[in-house]
Write a new protein. Structure first.
Length: 217
């Protein structure tokens, strides 16, 4: 049974050729093929232990033909044009950004990124924007009592879109949706005194406050 975090990552996949970077147990890769969301998956691992486990899990699932398992660092084991969607889940935001930066040709050839950073989520969002990617959707998922943020991004075809009219109804809708999502995260976090005293909680409260003002105004 897939947990909510992996289900959420999977639900964002738009294209049939997918890379699962740092695949570890291989649950996402296997579910992508079993669930018919992908026809080809390249599952990668940097470390030998998880790589061996990944290979045997994929063999046990009878998916050797559909999932190509590769040992190596980040996107460096991919060739440009091999996949359209790249998933990187369960790693720190800074590591995810480093992985993206290290293979510009592979990144350039991809059409969608699905990222689930374990921390530094705002920094990851900022990094995506500076690299010319636009966040097209986000989700919040829960697994074993922990809340995770999942980001889907697509390549910005030209220059990033600028809202010329402050009163654009789409802009307001966008902020309203984000506000609702962040309020849900805040409510979940409020249940834990540890989460309530975290820097993330303060940053979240500040962003909710700012969004609230925009939406009222
Ligand atoms: C916490 S696990 C997450 C596994 C899976 N992606 C998930 O979301 O459940 C992180 C995995 O990434 C692998 N990893 C760390 N750095 C990596 C890198 N630079 N390239 C590929 N894999 C990496 C680790 O070996 C580990 O198996």
């Amino acid at each position: 049974m897939l947990d909510g975090r992996i289900q959420s990552v999977m639900s964002f996949v738009m294209f049939e050729r997918v890379a699962d970077i740092g695949a570890d147990h291989g649950q996402l890769s296997i579910a992508l093929i079993d669930g018919g969301r992908a026809t080809k998956v390249i599952a990668t691992e940097k470390n030998r232990g998880p790589f061996d486990a990944l290979r045997s899990n994929i063999s046990a699932a009878g998916l050797d033909g559909a999932i190509d398992v590769r040992l190596g660092d980040g996107l460096q084991v991919l060739k440009a044009g091999e996949v359209d969607t790249i998933c990187i889940a369960g790693m720190g935001g800074a590591l995810i950004c480093r992985i993206l930066d290290a293979a510009p040709d592979v990144l350039q050839s991809a059409r969608q990124l699905i990222l689930q950073p374990m921390n530094a989520v705002n920094e990851t969002r900022d990094h995506l924007r500076t690299m010319g990617w636009a966040i097209d959707d986000e989700d919040i998922a829960e697994a074993a009592g922990i809340i995770y943020e999942i980001i889907s991004a697509v390549k910005v075809p030209t220059a990033p879109k600028i809202f010329k009219r402050e009163s654009s109804p789409l802009r307001r809708e966008f902020f309203l949706r984000r506000l609702k999502k962040l309020e849900r995260v805040r409510d979940e976090m409020s249940r834990s005194s540890c989460a309530r005293s975290s820097e993330k909680f303060s940053a979240l409260a500040a962003e909710i406050d700012a969004l609230d003002r925009i939406c009222r105004g």
